[in-house]
Design a protein around this ligand. Sequence first.
Ligand code: AVI
Length: 321
Amino acid sequence: MNTLAKLRLHDLAPEQEDFRTAVLEGLTKPHKSLPCKFFYDAVGSALFDRICELPEYYPTRTEIDILTEAAPQIADLAGRGGVLVEYGSGSSMKTRLLLDALAPDVYMPIDISRQHMLGACHTLAQDYPALHLMAVCADYTRPFTLPRVARGGQRRLAFFPGSSIGNFAPLEALRFLKNVAHQLTAGDGLLIGVDLKKDPAILNAAYNDSAGVTAAFNLNLLARCNRELGTNFDLSAFAHRAFYNAAAGRIEMHLDSLRAQTVRLAGQAFEFTAGESIHTENSYKYRPDEFRHLATQAGFEPRQTWADTGELFGVLYLRRR
Ligand code: AVI
């Protein structure tokens, strides 16, 4: 059978934020910063896959365990068949758990990276020959309209795993959840993975792994600047630093300059003092009740929260009001 016959691409031709412009802006700020979305070039994506396998990085395996156990209940809540919509689809390991439990008529992955998404769709098309795939190339952090689907009824389950919601600041997270609510209709569901507040020692270990993979992931941002923008970052003169900021409820990742140095980009010189940092990522953690409150503000009714016995990670089923 031609598996591609069931694959459609709905291309919203998202504008990619220009890397050079973002780096120039970030290095010009009084507190230097770079947006974490630029971690994910080919090297960074491969390093992130390795992070997900690290003994210290509990979120991935914990979420998979929760989803595996809760899958029949999720199917009861969301209903079988229908449309499964995934924001930021990636390698689809977690998606497969839902495809198996819900047997949706249509799978609609949404990703800004067209080729990566289509590659994953080709594999899924082979493994799930009855499934209709409607790939949507879009920047899911901005409002857009989901394409209408001819089959599978109107019932939708949106899926946003991995605690990617944590990489938004709380107000951005609220805006994102409101966008999702706007794309769904009353009675539809959102299944979302959220990393929970916990003993800071566990959090600090997860972002300071002993094999140094998270450090390499963080430093790759500077390597990417050198590769793509011709900057002269000396990778040996910057150090990875990650810590839990309890007041803000987030892990912060930084790259600290180990000495006074000058970095050049587009004819401009950026001075670093010894110890000055570039803030590269925030990863917000929530208490279940805090996240349920945020979801309620966005137009959802929290229906079910699952967590592992250690209460490291939560998966919530939210119903669009
Ligand atoms: C993708 N995101 C949810 C990860 C996180 O935990 O915030 C990215 C990450 N950064 C360092 N390790 C993993």
